[in-house]
Each structure stands twice: as structure tokens, then as C-alpha cells.
Design a protein around this ligand. Structure first.
Ligand SMILES: Cc1ncc(C[n+]2csc(CCOP(=O)(O)OP(=O)(O)O)c2C)c(N)n1
Ligand code: SF4
Ligand SMILES: [Mg+2]
Length: 285
């Protein structure tokens, strides 16, 4: 009989609404971490502020919740200081693409080895339903009674245009695929984005589970993830058909590859030399 292994990662009680798509994402995260046979003390899950960003509080890894829009900088810092740590960011579409949009762009440019899982419910969930950067133009919300006046951004196109090496889309209702995408994103050496379609039952009455279910389809072997123009073309598919899977994958040098002083003993294991620090301070005076 095959050995049945106790899962290492355990989930806590959540404050999410019953039926929220965030549950499927959390379950896939746990399954991915277990399948990779990682140890909880060697994993860091980072969030900002929002429903999605509460994820670090619900899984028994190391966790950090930053400010709204500011999940990526502490994640980058943690990875630079302690490269042996598996660093994962779980944040919402507002957190990642709105308030955190600037960090999103520049984290891609730096290509730090972290996995970024965006719970994209196309709404600001925690603050009760304002339009987010991915809300459709014209979609009526509590504070946009005449409909959102802005164009929605396309995070996959943006990530590809910025040079991201791993760009994927998942759906909280397709857990097997989502787990696979998370595993591949964590294994990828470099910044990896998985934009995850996630129904918000309470505040987005348009992009429901049924809305997504009717439209999503899995990319098959005819899609070549090493082909950037094919990926850009798939990233533009939205509406009646929405592709799920790895749109693009190509490894490139990491930020740390260009920073020779980070080679060797990781910063976390180095002892600061007070004489060197003092010399630096003296130099400033
Ligand atoms: C700088 C800043 N702006 C705004 C807020 C208020 N705020 C907290 S969470 C949130 C929206 C969260 O939406 P999203 O990131 O999409 O996550 P969700 O709750 O939908 O999972 C906002 C606007 C804040 N805390 N800090
Ligand atoms: S408000 Fe929306 S995103 Fe937040 S827990 Fe409820 S269903 Fe989920
Ligand atoms: Mg949201």
C-alpha cells in the first residue's frame, strides 16, 4: 500500500464569506506546497491588505502582511536576504495592480525569484465593492452607480510587455490546474505571475462562478509557452473565451545575478562588522 503522508501545511479558520473563491486558491496553495515537499519554516507567504492578502494568516508558514499595495517590497527584501526561503505573494487585484501597480512593474524588471499569486476578483472586496483596476468599463458598483468610467487593465499583457519570464492565468474553480500552475510558478527561477480569476460572491455580481465557468478553457499542447507573440495573443483573449494555463515561460538572469556582493554567504547568515559600519558612517559626516 502506498504510504499516506500527513500534509505539512495546515489551514486555519478564515474570515472569508462562505463560497468565496479565495477558499479554492488557499486549498491549491496548500496542495502545491505539500506536493513540492516544502517545509513550513522554509516558506514565507506575504500579503498586503485585502481579503486575498489575509492568506498568510490562514496557513502555517512564515507570514507577513504589509501595507495595501506594498506586498512586493518586503517579499523582494526577504528573498534577497535569505535566498533559501521560498517566497510567495498572495494579494488582490487592487493590492497588486492598483495601489501596488508601481511595485508590480519594477518587481518584474528586477526579476527576483518569487511567485506572485493575484486573487483577481475584479473588485475591491474588503472595502465592500469599489471598482478595481480589472473591473470592466461600465460595471455598476456601490460607489460607481453610473458604471466604472475607466478602461480595465490587462495584467497579463502588462507583465509580458515588462519582460516577465513566467505569466499564467488560473481559476479558483479549476483547482487541479491552479495547483499545477502554482507548483510551476514556485519552481520557476525568477518572478512568476499567476493571475487567478476568483469570484467575489458579495460584491461582484457580474463575474460570478457561472460567468467564469462558461468562458474559461485550458490551453492545450498547441500553445507554445516559449513563443512571446503567441503568449501576447492569448493574453488578449477575454470575453467569450478566456484561456487558462501557462501563457509564457522563459528563464532569464535574476537581479541577484547582477549583484556580486550577494554571492557567497547569504546576508541572513552574515555578521555585521561594526568597524565597517562605523567607517561608512564616518564617510557621511
Ligand atoms: C494606501 C491604502 N489605500 C486604500 C486602502 C483601503 N483598502 C484596504 S483593502 C482595499 C481593497 C482591497 O482590494 P483587493 O486588493 O482587490 O483585495 P480583495 O479584498 O478584493 O481580495 C482598499 C482600497 C488602504 N488600506 N491603504
Ligand atoms: S467580500 Fe468577496 S472577496 Fe471578500 S471574502 Fe466575501 S466573497 Fe470573498
Ligand atoms: Mg479584489
Amino acid at each position: 500500500m502506498p504510504e499516506v503522508r500527513e500534509p505539512r501545511f495546515k489551514l486555519g479558520e478564515t474570515a472569508w464569506c462562505p463560497g468565496c473563491g479565495d477558499f479554492g486558491i488557499l486549498e491549491s496553495l496548500r496542495a502545491a506546497l505539500d506536493e513540492l515537499e516544502l517545509e513550513p519554516h522554509r516558506v514565507l507567504v506575504v500579503g498586503g491588505i485585502g481579503q486575498a492578502a489575509k492568506t498568510p494568516q490562514y496557513i502555517n508558514a512564515n507570514g507577513f502582511c504589509g501595507l495595501h499595495g506594498r506586498a512586493l517590497p518586503p517579499a523582494v527584501a526577504a528573498k534577497m536576504v535569505n535566498p533559501a526561503l521560498t517566497v510567495i505573494v498572495n494579494t488582490g487585484d487592487g493590492d497588486s495592480y492598483g495601489e501596488g501597480g508601481n511595485h508590480f512593474l519594477h518587481t518584474i524588471r528586477r526579476n527576483v525569484d518569487i511567485a506572485h499569486f493575484v486573487h483577481d476578483n475584479q473588485i475591491y472586496g474588503l472595502t465592500k465593492g469599489q471598482a478595481s483596476p480589472t473591473t470592466a468599463t461600465g460595471q455598476v458598483t456601490h460607489v460607481q452607480p453610473s458604471g466604472s468610467p475607466s478602461l480595465p487593465m490587462n495584467p497579463l499583457m502588462l507583465a509580458l510587455a515588462m519582460g516577465a519570464g513566467f505569466v499564467a492565468r488560473g481559476f479558483s474553480g479549476d483547482r487541479d490546474l491552479l495547483t499545477h500552475l502554482m507548483i510551476e510558478a514556485i519552481r520557476f527561477r525568477g518572478y512568476a505571475l499567476v493571475d487567478i480569476l476568483q469570484p467575489c460572491l458579495s460584491f461582484n455580481k457580474i463575474n460570478t462562478f457561472a460567468w467564469y465557468k462558461k468562458r474559461v478553457y485550458r490551453l492545450d499542447e498547441t500553445h507554445d509557452p516559449s513563443d512571446l507573440s503567441g503568449a501576447l495573443s492569448k493574453a488578449q483573449e477575454w470575453g467569450e473565451r478566456i484561456p487558462l494555463g501557462i501563457l509564457y515561460r522563459r528563464e532569464k538572469p535574476l537581479w541577484s545575478d547582477h549583484l556580486p556582493h550577494l554571492a557567497g554567504v547569504p546576508l541572513v547568515d552574515r555578521q555585521p562588522d561594526p568597524a565597517v559600519l562605523q567607517a561608512l558612517l564616518d564617510d557621511l559626516t
